[in-house]
Design a protein around this ligand. Structure first.
Ligand SMILES: CCCCCCCCCCCC/C=C/CC(=O)SCCNC(=O)CCNC(=O)[C@H](O)C(C)(C)COP(=O)(O)OP(=O)(O)OC[C@H]1O[C@@H](n2cnc3c(N)ncnc32)[C@H](O)[C@@H]1OP(=O)(O)O
Length: 286
């Protein structure tokens, strides 16, 4: 994939004059409405909205739609993407726990492969990305946000990788993108404790870049960040980003099967199933 991106960058360099003339249009992510895409004709920036009520938990279908959307943004030579949510209180509740509870082998495999795809495409995207975090963002929700290059979070919500609180470890690609944002010290402390940060705490520690008053404000701030790249060569920008993230991307690309097998092994452990079952019940009892 990295080789493909570099080839794509080279092709873009050759055809950069015609690229600049291209104006993107709105497009949909596919048959379902789990991901809405709205492209601003003037700026070329796409607002991608997760739309799986009630909490945008990431199941196979949502991940597949998101993956297709990321493909379309790349092939449309997007000027930038803002990731947000249609919910008023939740950005994303993370991975859909029901995908991991009493797992069905083929579906679990497809589910984890779709998550790997989304991570590789989002973390390694050539276009600039920002997350307008307009609600709680635990675990896999936080993962989507930290794959982006900039995060603006609406006040009074929480964000973090809380996997250890569920009795599981955050997978290695979650950890590498977390460490890309936080210092190793802060990342270790937060990951081992499973810390969920308030918006203010997240700002203080550097997990988010700005605080917003509401969703519109967060999108506006993300847009301002993305517009800064108007002054920068898109080729040079993308190449720099991908060079910085190359090791993390290669680590997963070269070990996808091993990572998948570790996931399947982990979720099939009786103790993990027991923990997930109890967690689902605790969410329902709230
Ligand atoms: C042991 C060593 C192993 C080492 C190897 C590692 C290999 C890998 C192992 C596997 C890794 C797996 C990685 C997982 C990462 C994840 O993302 S796990 C998901 C973690 N998510 C959470 O903990 C969030 C849980 N949800 C909440 O905290 C809250 O729902 C919320 C704050 C997001 C929203 O609160 P609220 O608005 O009050 O809504 P609720 O009433 O709580 O929920 C509404 C509804 O949605 C259901 N739900 C919530 N979250 C999820 C979810 N993640 N998945 C599925 N369903 C969810 C909730 O149960 C409610 O359902 P009902 O309406 O009651 O039916």
């Amino acid at each position: 994939m990295i080789r493909n991106s570099i080839n794509l960058l080279t092709k873009k360099l050759i055809s950069s004059t015609s690229c600049q003339r291209t104006r993107m249009r709105c497009f949909s992510s596919g048959a379902t409405n789990l991901v809405d895409v709205n492209v601003n004709d003037k700026t070329g920036i796409a607002v991608v909205t997760l739309n799986r009520p009630p909490v945008n938990s990431l199941n196979l279908e949502l991940l597949t739609d998101l993956s297709k959307t990321l493909d379309e943004l790349e092939s449309n030579r997007s000027k930038g993407m803002i990731l947000t949510s249609s919910s008023k209180t939740v950005f994303s509740a993370g991975l859909d726990i029901l995908e991991m509870y009493n797992p069905e082998p083929e579906r679990s495999k497809a589910f984890w492969t779709a998550l790997q795809d989304v991570w590789l495409k989002l973390y390694g995207s050539p276009y600039p990305t920002a997350a307008a975090i307009n609600g709680h963002s635990p675990a896999g929700g936080c993962l989507l946000a930290i794959c982006c290059e900039y995060r603006v979070m609406v006040n009074d919500f929480t964000i973090g990788l809380n996997e250890t609180r569920l009795g599981i470890s955050a997978p290695s690609f979650f950890i590498s993108s977390f460490r890309n944002v936080l210092s190793t010290r802060e990342a270790e402390k937060a990951l081992t404790l499973g810390t969920m940060f308030s918006s203010d705490e997240a700002l203080k520690v550097g997990l988010v870049d700005e605080i917003a008053t509401d969703k519109a404000d967060s999108i506006n701030k993300c847009e301002n960040f993305l517009l800064e790249f108007k002054k920068v060569s898109s080729m040079a920008r993308a190449f720099t980003k991908q060079s910085l993230r190359k090791k993390d991307l290669e680590e997963l690309e070269n070990n996808r099967e091993q990572d998948l097998q570790l996931f399947l092994f982990a979720i099939n452990q009786p103790i993990v199933q027991k923990g997930l079952g109890a967690y689902i019940q605790s969410l329902k009892k709230k």
